[in-house]
Design a protein around this ligand. Structure first.
Ligand code: NIG
Ligand code: FE
Length: 410
């Protein structure tokens, strides 16, 4: 049994609440890998008198962050496209010329297993230093049965080795690969009849995602992919209404998706559908910023009763950053989410977007003892200032997975 005392402010992020469950002058206790108690330090029960005691030194403690949307494994870079966009070429025009996502597909197919793994490990390491303890990881740069399975097997290995928990998602429906340019239906059939069954047979993915957009897949193609996913017991996620309103949010509601992600161009009807069906709206403000778009209407979604998560969208093109802290700060500054709403978005609501119902994303008794200690006295102080490295310590399943050194221990 271990007690972390002298917590300046504790954010428990109750799963079904709407606030961050803030408690000043708090303590947190865990036994092996699960939280057993969280509350005001003055109320810590006597049964913890003999527990090992640690001090948070008056700092903020939050649930381990959950990045519920990443394209974790890829090879190469898109620096040329970055410069082209600065010079005025739009994202979709880059894609039409064979750049964009397809450039990363070529580099990823050509990369060795070691190169792919090293890149993913580097990114996970950076995320750990940001307090991220659970990471959703998509495929989508392989687009052949073998290449998609290769990345999912890498995710399985990374999750088994830890320290972070990995939630794998099949995104074979990212774009139509060049070899199927003249046979879109053939590619959709490859996904439904071969890739999804092979992934399910090996238990390699929790979700199937589809990029629904004029430049990617139609709603009907997505329906076929989701029908195959459902038949194999896999959940649904969508890249929806990112570059235009294609009815992606309504489709997410129709197919019972866990989340609809992006939504910069979502309609009022789409917002209503998400709120009614309990589909989590995932905001990806780094991609919004990079592509120079108007942000997802977080206030309208929240006011309509929808749940809003916040994630990085880490990928080499539209969101080349693994900083979930940056995404949270953008959610506050550009989307008018309060610090409490933003933190919930990367904890309890992100866990909901991944259908994790074991308490992940909150610090209630029974939840995994996954948390981060921030070098700030309170949530508002942390999120009102953007700092690249605000985390002092990251704990996963009760064990310190990373720390800045002796600073956190009394
Ligand atoms: O989430 N929208 C589609 N997919 C990614 C972009 C990936 C890329 O540009 O490589 C996204 O923004
Ligand atoms: Fe994405």
């Amino acid at each position: 049994m271990t007690v972390l005392a002298d917590i300046g402010q504790l954010a428990t992020c109750p799963r079904d609440g709407r606030d961050a469950g803030l408690i000043d002058h708090a303590a947190l206790a865990w036994d092996a890998s699960r939280v057993v108690w969280a509350g005001p330090e003055a109320e810590l029960p006597d049964r913890f008198a003999d527990a090992e005691r640690q001090s948070a030194g008056g700092r903020l403690v939050i649930p381990g962050l959950v990045d519920c949307h990443t394209h974790l494994a890829f090879a190469g870079d898109r620096a040329d496209e970055f410069v082209e966009r600065i010079r005025g070429t739009p994202y979709l025009e880059v894609a039409r010329r064979g750049g964009g996502i397809l450039k990363t597909v070529r580099a990823t197919r050509a990369a060795s297993d070691d190169v792919l793994e090293a890149g993913a490990r580097d990114r996970l390491g950076a995320m750990l230093r940001q307090g991220v303890t659970t990471v959703e990881a998509k495929t989508g740069y392989g687009l052949t049965t073998a290449d998609e399975l290769r990345v999912l097997r890498l995710y399985r290995r990374l999750g088994e080795e830890g320290p972070q928990r990995i939630v794998p998602t099949l995104l074979a429906a990212h774009v139509v690969p060049p070899e199927f340019a003249a046979d879109r239906a053939g590619y959709v059939r490859l996904i439904t009849d071969e890739i999804v069954p092979a992934v399910a047979a090996e238990g390699l993915a929790a979700f199937v995602d589809v990029f629904v957009e004029d430049s990617a897949f139609t709603a009907d193609e997505a329906r076929a992919v989701f029908a195959a996913a459902r038949a194999h017991g896999l959940g649904a996620k969508l890249h929806a209404d990112q570059l235009s309103d294609t009815g992606g949010a309504a489709l997410a509601a129709e197919v019972g998706a866990a989340s609809a992600d992006h939504l910069e161009c979502v309609s009022d009807d789409g917002i209503r559908a998400l709120a009614e069906r309990g589909v989590v709206a995932v905001s990806l403000p780094i991609a919004t910023l990079v592509l120079g778009q108007e942000p997802l209407p977080a206030r309208r979604l929240l006011d309509a009763g929808a749940r809003v998560a916040v994630a990085t969208d880490l990928n080499p093109g539209s969101a080349p950053s693994s900083s979930l802290g940056l995404a949270l700060w953008l959610a506050c500054t550009r989307q008018r989410m309060t610090p409490e709403e933003a933190l919930r978005g990367a904890t309890a609501e992100a866990a909901r977007a991944l259908r994790l119902d074991d308490g992940t994303g909150s610090l209630a008794p029974g939840a995994p003892a996954d948390f981060a200690v921030l070098d700030a006295p309170s949530l508002d102080v942390w999120l009102s200032t953007w700092r690249a490295e605000p985390v002092a310590r990251t704990v996963i399943a009760g064990e310190t997975a990373w720390s800045t050194g002796a600073r956190h221990e009394a």
